[in-house]
Structure formats: structure tokens, C-alpha cells
Ligand binder design. Structure first.
Ligand code: FES
Length: 104
């Protein structure tokens, strides 16, 4: 299992908001909603759309390509045309720093 990697400081991410970050050569999207942080692959499971460029409403991210929605808390797919969940990763906050650990 990979280690936690520092990806941002708290002040870099508005609430609600998101930021594209790189962890171990993978692009992932860090979300901040309601004071909590979440992290998903920057990949829509429909056709690889960049979720980091999507619109965030509540706990849902809308794929900018064809509009599939995913729950940012779990990566669970919520609407067509995607039918598979995207991968969620672990996030922790220590002091002013935000860390992500990739789930394999
Ligand atoms: S690539 Fe995301 S909905 Fe098609």
C-alpha cells in the first residue's frame, strides 16, 4: 500500500471547492465540502472524462463530457452514461497540510 503524500495546504482549497493534484504520477481530484475532504480519480468511468473539470453540486461531481454524476464521498456512480464507480482515495489533514493515500 502506498504512503500518504502531502498534496495541498488547507488555504489552497475553498469550501466547497476542488483541486487537481498529482500523487505518485496519478492525477486525482481533491474535494472539500462541509469542512471534510474527499479524493477521487480524475477519470470518469464512462469514457475517461476529466472529473476535475466538472461541476460540483453538494457531494456530486458532474462529468464535463456527458454529464455522468459521482458521489465524491465514495466514488459511487449516480447516473448514466457511466455505469461503474470511480476510485476513491484516503485523505487526512494534519495541521495546515492535506495528505492523500492512493487506494490500489
Ligand atoms: S466521459 Fe464522463 S460521462 Fe462520458
Amino acid at each position: 500500500m502506498s504512503d500518504f503524500v502531502r498534496v495541498a495546504s488547507l488555504s489552497e482549497i475553498p469550501d466547497p471547492g476542488k483541486k487537481l493534484v498529482e500523487v505518485d504520477d496519478a492525477l486525482v481530484v481533491l474535494f472539500r465540502v462541509g469542512g471534510q475532504f474527499y479524493c477521487l480519480d480524475d477519470v470518469c468511468t464512462h469514457d475517461g472524462g476529466p472529473l476535475g473539470e466538472g461541476r460540483l453540486t453538494g457531494y456530486e461531481i458532474h462529468c464535463p463530457r456527458h454529464g455522468a454524476r459521482f458521489d465524491i464521498r465514495s466514488g459511487k456512480v449516480l447516473s448514466m452514461p457511466a455505469t461503474e464507480d470511480t476510485r476513491a482515495h484516503e485523505v487526512k489533514v494534519e495541521g495546515d497540510a492535506v495528505y492523500v493515500r492512493l487506494n490500489e
